[in-house]
Design a protein around this ligand. Structure first.
Ligand code: UTP
Length: 289
């Protein structure tokens, strides 16, 4: 079994739900408390032993790459002013040299197309996918939980969570087989089914471990839901051919691609930080919460 060492982070979407904030900056650069979404994803992947990253970017996304570079002038100024904490936070953001690559998805043809754009980086290796606008607050980072489950199942595995039945038309939904309460066998996948057609209420969240063969299916460029090349459709082709499981991960997931989800993440992540929690509790009281 090949070790999981690579992650693809698709960040080429238009972020229309956050306009005008995302007119000139990428959605993935929006901060939760004081860190951009993209940095949470990279840190989560590193905690799972992943060492190489490929950002699938588009026009106007250069800040995402800049973020992991070294800011010499800023660091020198902070050193001069003896701002130790600020300096340490910069060091935490910088990447190990040569570990973050980027490829361009010239047009946003969908998540499946974005992953296919990373095919040269993926090669013949298993790889993780993290969608930075899905944030997970967990004791054991979500990708680490998936990587451990991959060691056990040795195949494709996606993180899943239960969603209200009336919301199935927003997500990729699983048709499930055997279920031990934590790991479920995936029998089918449907992208955004209407509630009455949904085979379950278990939805895929933005964390995956996939085998490289999915790229061959994505290369067919079949258009699915919304006229886009859907990753879900490519993954569905692997079911029955390779092991495919869903993992009910431990932790709380926040959909930061959505305004309410993003606001909730701000509160939850701030309450989880000892330096922020008392202040946040204080102001929540002012609003009668
Ligand atoms: P979303 O469905 O959230 O789309 O994409 P979006 O464009 O980012 O945001 P809205 O819906 O317009 O507000 C899920 C993930 O897939 C990436 C996005 O960057 C995000 O991480 N994506 C989506 C691409 O990289 N390319 C695409 O063509 C579509």
């Amino acid at each position: 079994m090949k070790q999981l060492r690579k992650a693809v982070l698709p960040v080429a979407g238009l972020g229309t739900r956050f306009l005008p904030a995302t007119k000139a900056i990428a959605k993935e650069m929006l901060p939760v408390v004081d860190k951009p979404l993209i940095q949470y994803s990279i840190e989560e992947a590193r905690a799972a032993g992943i060492e190489q990253f490929c950002l699938v970017t588009g026009r106007g996304k250069t800040a995402l790459i800049e973020h992991f570079d070294i800011a010499f002038e800023l660091e020198a100024t902070l050193r001069e002013r003896n701002k130790k904490e600020a300096l340490a936070s910069l060091k935490q953001a910088a990447a190990v040299p040569g570990t973050i690559l980027s490829v361009r998805q010239q047009e946003p043809h969908g998540l499946g197309h974005a992953i296919w754009c990373a095919r040269a980086f993926i090669g013949d290796d298993p790889f993780a996918i993290l969608l930075p606008d899905d944030l997970v607050l967990a004791e054991t980072p979500c990708m680490k939980q998936l990587a451990e489950a991959y060691e056990q199942t040795r195949g494709n595995i996606v993180a899943v969570s239960e969603v209200p039945r009336e919301h199935t038309n927003r997500y990729g939904i699983l048709k499930i087989g055997r279920d031990d309460g934590r790991l479920v066998e995936v029998k089918g996948l449907v992208e955004k089914p209407a509630p009455e057609q949904a085979p379950s209420n278990l939805s895929i969240i933005g964390r995956y471990v996939l085998m490289p063969e999915v790229i061959d299916h994505l290369a067919q460029m079949e258009r699915g839901s919304g006229g886009e090349v859907q990753l879900t459709d490519g993954m569905a082709r692997l079911i029955g051919v390779q092991p495919f499981h869903g993992l009910r991960f431990e932790g709380r997931r926040f959909d930061c691609g959505d305004k309410l989800g993003f606001l909730e993440a701000q509160i939850a992540f701030a309450l989880n930080r000892p330096d922020m929690a008392p202040g946040v509790r204080g102001f929540l009281k002012k609003y009668g919460v």
